[in-house]
Structures are given as structure tokens and as C-alpha cells.
Write a protein that binds this ligand. Structure first.
Ligand SMILES: [Zn+2]
Ligand SMILES: [Zn+2]
Length: 413
């Protein structure tokens, strides 16, 4: 059973708890735009996962049925324990390769783009990663039942949630030695040169100790979160495509034929010599990082927050009702949701035409809630009211307020 969908309300609740602690301790580990963006990246991953995971699961189940050496069954607790540990071992290698190979990094990078580190960062998961399931296929050959695989896989992901916090320092030594913890996972999210490519474990940090990729968090080297090639965008679609796009351009631009392919499987960061000469990436110093954000008025922030909360409700209904829906319904839903997430990202960035894009979103989402394949537990009047209230709020908070800001700036000169 996949426990992730069931865990989502607890994730959101714990994020609220961490937010309160953050306010109380004045630690400023949250920013509205960053949190909204992280959650939207997570939502896109969950919704796109409805079709992606079905394909991957089918491939696993097929292999299990025809190639499994043993049938370990689903009854014994030891099989579950073994599967849990073996899954994490496979996860270690998948995760490590996701950092060490260009083409796999392109999918995994979304988990690392946030320059903050809090529980919402945990939910930044990829919408790509189509080939990742290959790393778990040995479990099918051993004879781990697909049902167990899904269960231990979701438990593995749920475990990783709580380690994304700056509010827990170090756990007791024995725990730090065996398990992934907030401290050793902070190191994994760092862009400080000394911490790069370390601590890949999902539940057990033991793998990193065995395979020499462990590094502890140092007192005199505070972690700087994020990636060495900053995303600088609140668009969750672009977050998923940015590195793929860079690799594609490198692959098209290079004159050397073997490099066109090598771009995809080479060590992360490798670029064809001719392209890195003609199109160099700017040099980046993590110690001079200025966190990406876009200034907004309070009214604009509240609009984004209101739309974000609406998105959570809109998508939770989809996730809970999705099982059993047709492939066409799932694909349509993915486009509708992706468009909405893209639109709010444009609003967060004050992008040109974001008004028009957002107006269209309000209409599409309203129509989808009323006539789409999912049943929303609110009346048609409430949905219509949501559309109208959102539209009015959008005009007031962006068009009107922006004009006032421009005027006051002009008169101030
Ligand atoms: Zn990673
Ligand atoms: Zn992480």
C-alpha cells in the first residue's frame, strides 16, 4: 500500500507546527514564495506520478511474475524488514547516481533547488525520473512482492520527511551513526564545496559510511543550502526542465558527435569542451549567495497564499479520487493542475501577462471543479464564488496596488 497520500495531511500539519516554532524562535527558516514553490513542485510530482508510477509498477510486477528467483511471500515480518533495508540500499545507489550522472541529476535537481531548508523542502520531489525504477528491479528478481515494494518505498519516503529541518541539531551519537538525521541530511543539501556529493542514504546513513560518502555537519562550516547553478525561478515546470534543457542545448550545440551522447551519461557538471568555451556558465561562489526572491505587497502575498491553499484542496480531492480513473482523465487532470501551478509561479514572479494567464486559470479550474471527473465536496455556488472572489482579489492586489506603487515612486522622485 502507498502510504504517502495518507501522510500528506500530517506533512502539512507538521509544516504548520514548524512554521509556528520558526516564528516563535525568530529563526526565519521559511519564506512564502519558497514554501509555495516547494509545495507546488511536490504537487506536480504527485499528480504526474499517477501515470508515471503506474508504468513503473507494471514493469516491476511483470519482472516479479516472470523472473523472480524466490517467492518470499508477504506473510513473514522478516521479509518486510529485509525489503525495507534492501530498498534503502537500492535507494542509496539510485540517489548517488542521481547526483553523479548528468542525465539523472536533471531529474533529481528539483529536490535541491530550494535555498531554504525546512519541512516543505522535503516535498520538493521530481516529476521526471522515469528510469529510476530500474535501480529497484533487483528486488523483483530476489522475489520481493510488488505490494511490499510499494509499502516499504512509501515508508522510506515518509521517513525522509522529518529530517528536512533546521530546528533539530544533532541526535544522540548512536542514532547519528546508523540513521539519516536532520544534521547529516543538511550536509546533503549543502552547496559548500566540502559537503558536496555526500550523505546519500534515505533511512540508513550506514551505506555512506560503508561506501565512503559520509561527511558530518561541522560547527565552523554552516551549511549554505541550494545548488551551485541557482534556479532563480518560482515556476515549478521550469524547475523540472531547467537542467534537461541545458543538457539538450549542450548536446545540440557541440560539434563532436560522441559528446552529443556523452552529455547525458557523463559525470554531473561535465560539458563538451567546445560548448563550455562558446557558452560558459557564470562562475558561482556559494559564500556570496543572495537568496532568490521577488518583492511583493502584503495583498499580493495573501493572494498567492489563498491560491496556494485552494490548490492544496483542489489537488487533495484529485489524489484521493484518482484510483480507478481513466488514463485520459488522469492526463487531462495533469495538464489542468500543471497549468495552474505554472500560472501562480508567473504571478509570484510578476511576469508579463501573468494576469491573463491567471484569469484563464481561474476559469479552467472553476470549470474543472464543476464539470471534471472529480467530485468536490462544495456546492457550485461556492466554486463560482471562489472564481469571482479570486478574480476581484487578483485585480485589486496586482493591478491597482501596482499602480499605486508606481505613482508613489514617481511622486517620490
Ligand atoms: Zn539528493
Ligand atoms: Zn532531502
Amino acid at each position: 500500500m502507498n502510504y504517502v497520500a495518507l501522510a500528506i495531511p500530517f506533512f502539512l500539519l507538521l509544516i504548520v507546527v514548524e512554521l509556528i516554532v520558526d516564528q516563535w524562535r525568530k529563526t526565519k527558516t521559511y519564506s512564502i514564495n519558497d514554501t509555495v514553490n516547494s509545495l507546488h513542485v511536490g504537487i506536480l510530482s504527485q499528480v504526474s506520478g499517477l501515470s508515471r508510477k503506474l508504468l513503473q509498477f507494471s514493469a516491476y510486477a511483470l519482472l516479479f511474475e516472470h523472473v523472480a528467483v524466490f517467492n518470499l511471500g508477504t506473510e513473514s515480518a522478516w521479509v518486510w524488514v529485509f525489503a525495507f533495508v534492501a530498498y534503502d540500499f537500492c535507494y542509496y545507489w539510485y540517489h548517488r547516481m542521481s547526483h553523479e550522472i548528468n542525465g539523472l541529476w536533471a531529474a533529481h535537481v528539483v529536490h535541491h533547488q530550494s535555498e531554504e531548508y525546512n519541512l516543505s523542502t522535503a516535498l520538493r520531489q521530481t516529476s521526471g525520473g522515469i528510469v529510476g525504477f530500474v535501480f529497484y528491479l533487483p528486488l523483483a528478481v530476489i522475489g520481493i512482492d510488488p505490494v511490499i515494494l510499494i509499502s516499504v518505498g512509501s515508508l522510506n519516503l515518509i521517513y525522509q520527511f522529518w529530517v528536512h529541518t533546521r530546528h533539530i541539531d544533532k541526535m544522540p551519537n548512536w542514532y547519528e551513526a546508523v540513521f539519516v538525521t536532520p544534521s547529516n541530511h543538511r550536509v546533503h543539501h549543502a552547496q559548500n564545496p566540502v559537503y558536496l556529493d555526500k550523505n546519500y542514504g534515505g533511512v540508513f546513513i550506514l551505506w555512506d559510511r560503508f561506501f565512503n560518502t559520509y561527511h558530518p555537519e561541522l560547527k565552523d562550516e554552516p551549511v549554505i543550502f541550494g545548488v551551485t547553478k541557482p534556479l532563480a525561478s518560482w515556476n515549478p515546470i521550469w524547475a523540472n526542465l531547467e537542467v534537461y534543457w541545458g543538457l539538450l542545448l549542450d548536446s545540440l550545440r557541440t560539434k563532436k558527435w560522441s559528446d552529443k551522447l556523452k552529455v547525458w551519461y557523463a559525470r554531473t557538471g561535465w560539458r563538451p569542451a567546445d560548448v563550455s568555451d562558446s557558452h560558459p556558465y557564470p562562475k558561482f561562489d556559494p559564500y556570496k549567495l543572495v537568496k532568490y526572491d521577488v518583492e511583493s505587497t502584503w495583498s499580493q502575498k495573501l493572494y498567492v497564499l489563498f491560491q496556494h491553499l485552494s490548490t492544496l484542496g483542489f489537488v487533495l480531492v484529485i489524489l484521493y479520487q484518482a484510483p480507478g480513473k481513466s488514463a485520459a482523465d488522469i492526463m487531462t487532470t495533469l495538464f489542468v493542475v500543471a497549468y495552474g501551478l505554472f500560472s501562480l509561479g508567473m504571478i509570484q514572479q510578476h511576469q508579463r501577462f501573468s494576469f491573463v494567464i491567471e484569469f484563464i486559470k481561474l476559469m479552467i479550474w472553476g470549470a474543472f471543479a464543476l464539470y471534471g471527473p472529480f467530485v468536490y465536496p462544495v456546492s457550485a455556488t461556492i466554486i463560482a464564488l471562489w472564481c469571482v472572489a479570486s478574480a476581484v482579489w487578483l485585480v485589486i492586489s496586482y493591478k491597482f496596488v501596482n499602480k499605486i506603487i508606481i505613482k508613489s515612486t514617481v511622486s517620490g522622485n
